[in-house]
Ligand binder design. Structure first.
Ligand SMILES: Nc1ncnc2c1ncn2[C@@H]1O[C@H](COP(=O)(O)OP(=O)(O)OP(=O)(O)O)[C@@H](O)[C@H]1O
Length: 687
């Protein structure tokens, strides 16, 4: 959808003449009324909050343009939004529009704002790192989005507002993911004179609060759902040479007692298919590319065998050193996801001498360094922050034995791929023959599989649980034909029916995330938002508010599409469909996790989404969902280059795309019988 269209919607809303039928009975009505009474910010609160924001951001970069700067009683149709929408309507425009926006808006908030003293209150810092931080250029040209009011890591400025659809001024700094409109990321390292170039931006001083240390919190988990046992019936294909047999139980993995205790405390009693196959493969020292449906336990599938190896190798306790040399590096595309992986690593390594550390953009660099120098065996990092830390010589790569790319297809695509290549060619990084490289995702487009060859030993194994790129069958998918001018009305109707069940609403642009979040708050639906233009503190606050149910609706861009494992997300609504089908699969995978059921409703606007009709029909039918006749009609009448409707296509590589390997392939119901399949690359063989 173009910028102009959105401007039009703001100016003349509710113009639709076509309101699609909504299947009310597919939704539980929930605690009607309650949800909306819980609406957060009274208008006076909001006003107060907005007053504060206006005070803090006047004269700063982008100040006053976001919806968050308005009192909620304001109408969005106001004319001054037009420039706002034109300027940057999607994530991919960031890099270009930042330049333009900067020169138009004039100036950004200076780094020496009131946040610095807040940060220094924390004390205990190494002055050298403070100095490092002082020269950090995380914002480059465009990094100024720092609130001037709150103390570092406090976050209280916005905590009081349930609706945090803040589009406050400025743009995010470097060293963090930028999701483009095609769902791709772009990233430039400050260390390499990336987009920040020579121009110095203000410091990032946010220090995330430490996670709770008590055992109950560390091992907190949600219950597996009614369909957990059905995982056993999913077909698994392993391709490549000499794959070790799958294990059926945790006991067979022969892990050490501490790990077994941790697994039990985490509530894991039974392996998921991806775990049954991946754990023995990793324990055997093999490289692996594993593809399994969303929410099926891929994180533990790589963490457990890596930890088992470390324990078996008699890893020594990591201690304070200026240069740390971790044995394992895990990278993931978003900050919230890498933090989640870190928490899993911390959980499974509980009671061992293995120390996991997490570093990610949007937080104070000095804080990342302080975490690292205290000892680091497993480093969980987003790519930008990782490269910065490496360039500062706080991390040496010589000891790396395990390199894990979670959401590997994203890590290798146009956005992060070049950085990943730099990582593996960094001085000291063991060659692929010397390290073990592991890649996990729910989607593995064919062209990405080809790129992966550069990272993996030629004899890597490929595990495909179910359909590569397929949606989780525990998610009931509904596609509604909704024109752009009817979407808001439809959204409100659905949310009112849902009641206070946790719902993620995906939109395609950051600006629209603000807009919709604020709109829903105005409709008295308690909502928060997460996207790349929000400060890290705000992002974490939003996620926290959503997780705990304070705000049962989270409006998000694709930054929240992958990996996030949030208990009780019962609904995903694609207010806008993403431009790529793999992103759709990841988004709807935020619900229906770990054997639980979930629902996904997507608004299909024939004007803008026709290119998705074919792949959508395929995803729906593969997941045994109803395919609306109208969608099939559009699919048949739409020619999509490169999409054949078969299992081949850019997204639907159904198995290992290596054409010429001589290995064997096994096609099994996970954990049960195993048979050798003669034709390892027969895409249709288990379709
Ligand atoms: N064997 C198991 N038994 C019980 N719960 C499990 C098991 N394995 C994983 N889980 C839980 O299932 C949930 C989903 O796991 P995880 O986040 O690793 O999924 P994923 O496959 O990585 O999903 P995504 O593709 O969305 O990243 C987590 O809460 C995790 O703790």
């Amino acid at each position: 959808m173009g910028d102009e269209d959105w401007e039009a919607e703001i100016i003349k809303p509710h113009m639709s003449s076509y309101v699609p039928v909504f299947e009310k009975d597919r939704y539980s009505s929930g605690a009607n009324g309650d949800t909306f009474n819980r609406t957060p910010a009274s208008s006076s609160d909001a006003g107060e909050s907005n007053k504060r924001e206006n005070t803090t951001t006047v004269g700063s970069f982008g100040a006053g343009k976001g919806f968050g700067n308005r009192d909620f009683s304001n109408k969005f149709e106001e004319g001054d939004t037009s420039g706002f929408w034109r300027e940057s309507n999607n994530d991919c425009e960031d890099n270009q529009t930042r330049n333009r926006g900067f020169s138009r808006r004039g100036g950004y908030q200076d780094g020496n704002d009131s946040e610095a003293p807040g940060a220094s209150r924390r004390g205990g810092r190494d002055s050298k790192y403070e100095q490092d931080e002082g020269t950090q250029r995380t914002g480059g040209l465009f990094g100024s989005r720092r609130p001037a009011l709150s103390g570092a890591g406090n976050g209280d400025t916005y905590q009081s507002r349930s609706c945090s659809g803040s589009g406050r001024g400025g743009y995010k700094g470097l060293n963090e993911e930028v999701i483009t409109d095609s769902g791709k990321n772009t990233w430039k390292s400050e260390a390499e004179g990336g987009e920040g170039g020579d121009v110095q931006g203000p410091k990032v001083t946010y220090i995330p609060p430490p996670p709770p240390e008590d055992e109950d919190s560390i091992f907190a988990h949600y219950q597996t759902g009614i369909n957990f046992d059905k995982y056993d019936n999913i077909l698994v294909e392993v391709s490549g040479h000499d794959a070790p047999p799958a294990i059926l139980t945790f006991e067979e993995a022969n892990l050490c007692q501490t790990l077994n205790n941790n697994i039990a405390k985490a509530g894991y009693t039974k392996l998921t298919p991806v775990q049954k196959y991946s754990i023995p493969i990793i324990l055997a020292g093999r490289d692996l590319m594993a593809c399994a449906q969303t929410g099926s336990g891929k994180t533990a599938a790589f963490l457990l065998p890596i930890l088992a190896h470390m324990m078996r190798d008699g890893i020594t306790a990591s201690r304070f050193k200026e240069l740390q040399e971790p044995e394992c590096i895990i990278v993931a595309p978003t900050r919230e996801l890498i933090n989640q992986i870190y928490l899993e690593a911390r959980k499974f390594s509980f009671g061992t001498c293995v120390r996991a550390v997490v570093i990610y953009g949007g937080t104070q660099l000095g804080h990342s360094i302080r975490q690292i120098v205290q000892g680091c065996n497993i480093l969980c990092a987003t790519p930008g922050r990782l490269m910065d830390i490496i360039s500062k010589e706080k991390i040496g790569l010589r000891q790396v034995k395990y390199l894990v790319l979670d959401e590997a297809d994203r890590m290798l695509d146009m956005g992060f791929g070049p950085e990943m290549k730099k990582l593996i060619s960094c001085p000291g990084m063991p060659s692929k023959e010397q390290r073990q490289t592991l890649m996990f995702s729910a989607t593995f487009p064919e062209e990405i599989q080809k790129l992966a060859g550069e990272f993996l030993k030629s004899k890597y194994l490929f595990v495909a649980v179910g359909q590569v790129g397929g949606a989780c069958r525990d998610v009931q998918q509904t596609i509604l034909q909704v024109g752009q001018y009817s979407k808001r009305e439809k959204l409100v109707e659905i949310l009112r029916n849902i009641g206070d069940e946790r719902t993620m609403v995906f939109v395609e642009t950051k600006k629209k995330a603000d807009f919709i979040a604020t709109f829903l708050c105005q409709e008295k639906i308690s909502t928060t938002s997460i996207h790349g233009d929000r400060e890290q503190r705000e992002r974490e606050q939003a996620l926290g508010d959503f997780r705990c149910g304070k705000c049962p609706v989270l409006v998000a861009t694709s930054v929240a599409a992958r990996g996030l494992d949030i208990e009780n997300v019962q609904h995903v609504i694609n207010f806008d469909l993403p431009s790529a089908i793999d992103e759709y699969v990841h988004r709807i995978g935020r619900t229906g996790r770990c054997g639980n059921t979930g629902r996904a409703v997507s608004f299909f606007d024939p004007e803008s989404d026709s290119h998705l009709a074919q792949p959508l029909v395929k995803v729906l039918s593969d997941a045994q969902q109803d395919v609306p006749a109208w969608l099939e009609e559009i699919a048949f009448s739409t020619y999509v280059p490169g999409f054949s409707g078969s299992t081949r296509g850019s997204v639907f590589a159904s198995v290992d795309t290596r054409k010429n390997y001589q290995g064997k392939s096994t096609l099994n119901a996970a954990g049960f019988s195993s048979s050798q399949a003669p034709n390892p690359v027969d895409d249709e063989s288990w379709d």
